[in-house]
Write a protein that binds this ligand. Structure first.
Ligand SMILES: Cc1ncc(COP(=O)(O)O)c(C=O)c1O
Length: 389
């Protein structure tokens, strides 16, 4: 049976956006982190009411529907979902995580400083670090039989007198790992010993597909929280990336002061009214939609897992514990070009190129499985045929 939120290929092409407009119409896209789903009805209603009411002037500063309201709702949600009790005054609303990643980087480091990042990594981490004259220090993933892990000894070896920051992405894009408490504590303790600022990107926190629970870095203890800036939003969970509303939580007043000295409030764009009101509606009234979407994502992850093991057994892959991304190691296929190029030219499927997540990662691709069973099966059919060419 089809879920209410699923959309047909025709509707998706009409809806437009980067995912469905980037490539010619004979290509099926499975790249950028958008879901092929209609938004929660409560989100739709909130946006319609802005349009119907022509609320296009300066938005209200206090009360319902404001960024302050969004922060209160966010704080309540984090407490309820993850036992992470946060105070609204410790949160700054900005437009999206890309803005927050660059702004935190610039606030807590200077040119020449080194920043540690888990690799493969979400490409904008690398772009932000290198384009702002910081040194990108990669901690390479170990692709074990049991899953992807990041080696703490490698983190320790990578430390230098210039190391200032540690970027963590949990749940991890692109591998889909949801880190254990022990793994997070291992990283956090290094930050503590070496006085590093931790930036923890937790935008996929609510998209957990395994029995694990998400552990916010800032819940690991007051000493860790004091050096942690957490980035989050409803954009991935509720498919709102174009609307613009994100949260930056500071684990201490000193961190927030440093940030606001670099970026006074009028410099950081606060959430757009559409994004703010959509996020409030999603957080308050979107849970049944999210439960159905999460159940569907688990099914799609399982379809992908079963079909890869039966029909493309040479593709190495760990079923993701979170996110809606699968990180596929195609090295054993021994393709003549990069895996991205091969599946695009031979299969007309647009995946995310592995080399954008890790230099030398041409044999990898990231597949976004947040789509209908019909479209996902068509994507896999095409990949199976292409993998044999
Ligand atoms: C780990 C991670 N961080 C940040 C972002 C970007 O978020 P935003 O659209 O809010 O800039 C994404 C988008 O896919 C992501 O996967």
């Amino acid at each position: 049976m089809r879920n209410n939120f699923e959309m047909t290929e025709r509707d998706l092409r009409q809806r437009g956006g980067l995912k469905w407009r980037q490539y010619p119409t004979d290509v099926l896209p499975a790249f950028v982190a958008d879901m092929d789903f209609a938004v929660a009805p409560a989100v739709h209603d909130a946006l319609v009411s802005i349009v119907d009411g022509q609320q296009y002037g300066y938005p209200a500063r206090t009360g319902a529907g404001t960024p302050d309201h969004a922060v209160e709702v966010f704080a309540d949600r984090m407490t309820r979902l993850f036992g992470w009790s946060i105070m609204p005054q410790d949160v700054v609303v900005c437009s999206d995580l890309l803005q927050a990643i660059s702004a935190t980087l610039l606030s807590f480091s200077t040119r020449g400083d080194a920043v540690i990042v888990q690799q493969p990594c979400y490409p904008p981490f690398r772009d932000a670090i290198t384009s702002n004259g910081r040194e990108f220090v990669a901690i390479e993933a170990k692709n074990l039989e049991t899953g992807v892990v990041f080696d703490l000894e490698a983190v320790k070896r990578s430390l230098s007198p210039n190391t200032r920051m540690l970027f963590v992405c949990n749940p991890h894009n692109p591998t889909g790992r949801v880190f254990t408490k022990a793994e997070l504590e291992g990283l956090a303790n290094i930050a503590l010993e070496r006085d590093l600022i931790i930036v923890s990107d937790e935008v996929h926190a609510e998209l957990i597909l395994s029995a694990k629970t998400h552990i916010p870095m800032a819940t690991l203890g007051p000493e860790i929280a004091r050096r942690t800036v957490t980035l989050c939003s409803g954009a991935k969970t509720f498919n709102l990336a174009g609307l613009k509303c994100a949260f930056v939580h500071f684990g201490s007043a000193a961190l927030q002061e440093t940030f606001l000295t670099c970026f006074p409030k009028r410099v950081i764009t606060p959430g757009h009214p559409f994004g703010v009101q959509a996020t409030i509606a999603a957080f308050l009234h979107g849970q049944s939609w999210l439960d159905e979407v999460t159940a569907h994502l688990r099914q799609m992850r399982d379809v992908l897992t079963a079909r890869i093991s039966e029909e493309m057994p040479l593709v190495r892959f760990h079923p993701p514990e979170g996110t809606y991304m699968a990180w596929l190691d195609c090295s054993k296929l021994q393709l003549p070009t990069s895996a991205f190029e091969h599946f695009l030219s031979k299969g007309r499927v647009a995946l995310s190129a592995g080399e954008t997540f890790v230099p030398g990662g041409e044999a990898f691709v990231r597949l976004n499985f947040a789509t209908s069973a019909h479209i996902l099966n068509a994507i896999i059919d095409r990949m199976v045929v292409a993998s044999r060419q």
